[in-house]
Design a binder for this molecule. Structure first.
Ligand SMILES: [Zn+2]
Length: 342
C-alpha cells in the first residue's frame, strides 16, 4: 500500500525573519521531489480540506476559535511572547493545516495508504485548547487523535519527538486514559513543562509519559528510550492508531536547541515507530510536522522519515554525525522505568 502525503505550505502565514517561516515547506518539497518522482506508485498526494468547526471543537472551545478568527482583523501582529505571529491569512492557514492532518488520518483509516505524513504548518503541539502559543494556533495532533476516535479507534498513542515538550497536546489528554501521550524533549528549554513527574491525572494517571533529555543527548539516547520506554509502553497500551508529532529541531544543527539527533537518528526513530504501528495497529501511522528550523536538517530529516515509512533499510544523511559526546542516561532511564512500572 502506498504512503500518503498532505502538503500545506501556508505561504501567506509568514514572517521572514522568524524561524517558523514560509520557506520551510518549499525546502522540504524540493528535497522530497526526487524521491516522489522515482516512486510514483508508492507515494500519493492528498488534497487537504480546511478542518470544520465540528472537528476543531473536539479540542478547542468555540469561544477560542471565534476569538482567533476575530484577531485576524488586527493582523499582522503577535499573539504571545514566544513569539507567535499572525498575518491576516493565519486563521485560514491554521484551519487548512489541521485539515491536512485530518486528511492524512482519513487516508490511513480508509485504506488509501498504509501510513501518511502531513507536511503542514503552522505547527500545533504547543497550542492548548484555549491558548495559541509557541508558533502554534490549533492543536493539530490532538484534533487528529479525536478525529481518529470519532471514526472508531478507541485507543490512540501519540509520540512527540520534537525537541520541545508538546505541552498543548499533553494538556488535552492529561486526564484521559484513551490517549497515551509520550514526549521526548530537551529539558529546561521552551515551554518549560514536560518534567518526568508529569504523568497524567485522575483516570489519565500513567497515560502521560515525559522523557526530558539533557543537552547533547542524541541518537544513542533515542535508541535506549525507544527500546526501554516507548516500546514497552506501547506493548502495555496496545494502541489502535499511532500519531507522531515529528519535529526536526532535535537535529544537532538546529539553531533553537541543543539535542544531537542526526538524520540517520531520525530515520531510526521513525523505523521504530513504524514497527510499533505494525505490531499493534495494522501499521496505521500518521506523522505530523511540528518544528525544525535549520532548513537543510529539516528537509533531510523529513526525507529520511519517508524512507523509513517506505520500509527502506537506510536513508541518505548529508549532514553527518553530531559533534559532541553524549551524556550517559542510565540513572534517568532507571527512574523513568520505575515511575511508570516498565
Ligand atoms: Zn520544537
Amino acid at each position: 500500500m502506498p504512503l500518503a502525503l498532505t502538503y500545506v505550505p501556508s505561504l501567506a502565514h509568514d514572517l521572514p525573519d522568524h524561524p517558523e517561516n514560509a520557506a520551510r515547506l518549499p525546502a522540504i518539497q524540493r528535497a522530497v521531489q526526487s524521491l516522489v518522482s522515482n516512486l510514483q506508485s508508492s507515494i500519493i498526494s492528498l488534497e487537504p480540506q480546511p478542518a470544520t468547526l465540528e472537528q476543531l471543537t473536539r479540542v478547542h472551545p468555540p469561544r477560542f476559535i471565534e476569538t482567533l478568527e476575530r484577531l485576524m482583523a488586527e493582523a499582522p501582529g503577535f499573539i504571545d511572547y514566544a513569539p507567535t505571529y499572525i498575518t491576516p491569512a493565519s486563521f485560514e492557514c491554521a484551519r487548512l493545516s489541521a485539515g491536512g492532518v485530518l486528511r492524512a488520518v482519513d487516508a490511513v483509516l480508509d485504506g488509501e495508504a498504509e501510513s501518511a505524513f502531513a507536511l503542514v504548518r503552522p505547527p500545533g503541539h504547543h497550542a492548548t485548547p484555549t491558548q495559541a502559543m509557541g508558533f502554534c494556533l490549533f492543536s493539530n495532533v490532538a484534533i487528529a487523535a479525536r478525529h481518529a476516535q470519532a471514526r472508531g479507534c478507541g485507543k490512540v498513542m501519540i509520540v512527540d519527538f520534537d525537541v520541545h515538550h508538546g505541552n498543548g497536546t499533553q494538556t488535552v489528554f492529561y486526564a484521559d486514559p484513551s490517549v497515551l501521550f509520550i514526549s521526548t524533549h530537551q529539558e529546561g528549554i521552551y515551554p518549560g513543562t514536560g518534567d518526568v513527574d508529569e504523568i497524567g491525572e485522575g483516570a489519565g494517571r500513567g497515560y502521560t509519559l515525559n522523557v526530558p533529555l539533557p543537552a547533547h543527548a542524541g541518537d544513542a539516547a533515542a535508541e535506549r528510550v525507544y527500546a526501554e520506554i516507548i516500546g514497552p509502553a506501547a506493548e502495555r497500551f496496545r494502541p489502535e492508531f499511532l500519531l507522531v508529532s515529528a519535529g526536526y529541531d532535535g537535529h544537532w544543527r538546529d539553531p533553537l536547541a541543543s539535542l544531537q539527533f542526526t538524520t540517520t537518528g531520525f530515520f531510526r526513530q521513525v523505523q521504530a515507530l513504524r514497527s510499533i504501528a505494525q505490531r499493534h495497529c495494522g501499521g496505521k501511522l500518521v506523522l505530523v510536522l511540528e518544528g525544525g528550523y535549520d532548513r537543510e536538517a529539516l528537509a533531510a530529516g523529513v526525507l529520511a522519515s519517508l524512507h523509513a515509512l517506505l520500509g527502506y533499510d537506510s536513508a541518505p544523511d548529508p549532514l553527518g554525525p553530531a559533534p559532541y559526546r553524549e551524556p550517559d542516561l542510565g540513572r534517568r532511564l532507571a527512574h523513568l522505568k520505575s515511575l511508570h512500572h516498565l
